[in-house]
Design a protein around this ligand. Structure first.
Ligand code: NAI
Ligand code: MG
Length: 350
């Protein structure tokens, strides 16, 4: 099978890190008998400035025909007044996640040997966060009355459906069952957020019955942030809602060496639409165009994509090469260029 992959390099360092990710993808697939066919899409802030388009309907329809999407980053430089703040992130990135039903937002956190954690005693950090991606407080369900007056009332209602919670909880248990420690931690705040919280708790109990080999526990989100600092090695699989997951995954990235290494998948496990894989970082306008960006997060996103496509050998090979390359670094980027790091990883795959 030839996999059809859409590539959206985006803005800033997006095209620089995606070029390295594509280098690795081509190498690891064309070396064997599996092939990928890449189609590049121009989207993002630059594209909006040129055309006024964020995500046209035809482009969305065309993206839907692919097996997966590799995404760089989008977004303008802060202070670029030509682009309304957050326009591209909302009308392109968020729109894609909702339109393609990316209900599993997957972010692995691993402290690779050789990487320095800001924690004094990080221990062996190796967990994944399964963040719900299509519901919660991010659905835009709310409003404001008496806007701009001292009597303004603004609401932002979190939406949690039995269907939506169950499918993401089931995914977390399924992933846990494939891991060594087979443990799921539900993170919520059900002592205060009683309605949504209890739906999540009941769902975890019900799904857990189908996975007798997987153990599970529960943490309030505030306690979870403490343990992510004091004892992150305790976590295996964290499952949580859209907002808590957003916050926890930034903290998780910070304790494992930072933004240049964190990969993510926006995954539709029912495979009705293509999943999208991207580095967690943004377009980094401060270092764009200088070959200073670390492409590792983008390359690890390729590993997640290969795994999702069922190419698990290729996925493992990429992760092993990245791990070896990181271990050999003197410091995080060694002052090498973006493409030198990509080349080094390809060399380790050869
Ligand atoms: P950012 O992630 O782009 O940059 C934060 C800091 O980390 C900067 O100092 C940057 O130089 C550094 N950094 C980021 N990626 C790096 C890499 N691969 N190697 C080395 N250093 C790296 O976040 P920021 O500055 O808040 O946002 C910049 C633009 O990106 C904004 O327009 C923002 O809205 C957008 N953004 C887009 C995202 C996406 O496309 N998924 C996610 C986050 C932000
Ligand atoms: Mg975030």
């Amino acid at each position: 099978k030839v996999f059809e992959i859409a590539v959206i390099p985006g803005d800033g360092i997006g095209p620089e890190v995606v070029a390295e990710a594509v280098k690795v993808l081509n190498f690891v697939t064309n070396g064997g008998d599996k092939e990928v066919n890449l189609t590049t899409y121009k989207l993002g802030a630059e594209h909006w400035l040129e055309t006024g388009e964020t995500l046209p309907e035809e482009t969305l329809e065309s993206l839907k025909k692919h097996d997966a999407i590799l995404f760089g980053a989008v977004g303008a430089a802060p202070g670029d007044t030509r682009i309304p703040s957050g326009l591209i992130e909302r009308e392109m990135l968020l729109k894609l996640r909702f339109a393609l039903d990316h209900y599993v937002n997957l972010r692995p956190s691993k402290l690779y040997p050789g990487i320095e954690s800001p924690l004094a005693n990080p221990g062996n950090i190796d967990f994944i966060v399964v963040r719900e991606g299509t519901e919660g407080p991010y659905v835009g369900n709310g409003g404001s009355v008496r806007t701009g007056t001292p009597h303004e009332i603004a609401t932002e209602v979190s939406v949690n459906t039995a269907y939506g919670v169950e499918r993401v909880v089931r995914d977390a248990f399924a992933r846990a069952s494939q891991r060594e420690r087979k443990h799921v931690t539900l993170v919520h705040k059900h002592n205060v957020l009683v309605h949504a919280g209890h739906l999540w708790r009941r769902t975890v109990e019900a799904v857990a019955a189908d996975f007798p080999e997987v153990t599970h526990d529960y943490l309030h989100v505030d306690a979870a942030t403490i343990f992510l600092t004091t004892d992150p090695a305790r976590f295996d699989v964290i499952v949580t809602d859209n907002l808590f997951g957003d916050i926890l995954t930034d903290q998780a990235g910070a304790i494992t060496g930072g933004i240049g290494l964190s990969a993510s998948g926006n995954i539709n496990m029912s495979r009705t639409y293509p999943s999208m894989f991207e580095p967690v970082h943004g377009s980094a306008p401060d270092i764009a165009g200088q070959q200073k960006a670390d492409p590792t997060a983008a390359i690890l996103s390729v590993a997640l994509m290969l795994d999702h496509l069922g190419l698990s050998e290729e996925s493992k090979a990429v992760e092993r090469a990245v791990e070896k390359e990181i271990t050999s670094r003197q410091e995080l980027t060694d002052h090498r260029t973006t493409s030198e790091i990509g080349d080094a990883i390809v060399a380790l795959l050869a």
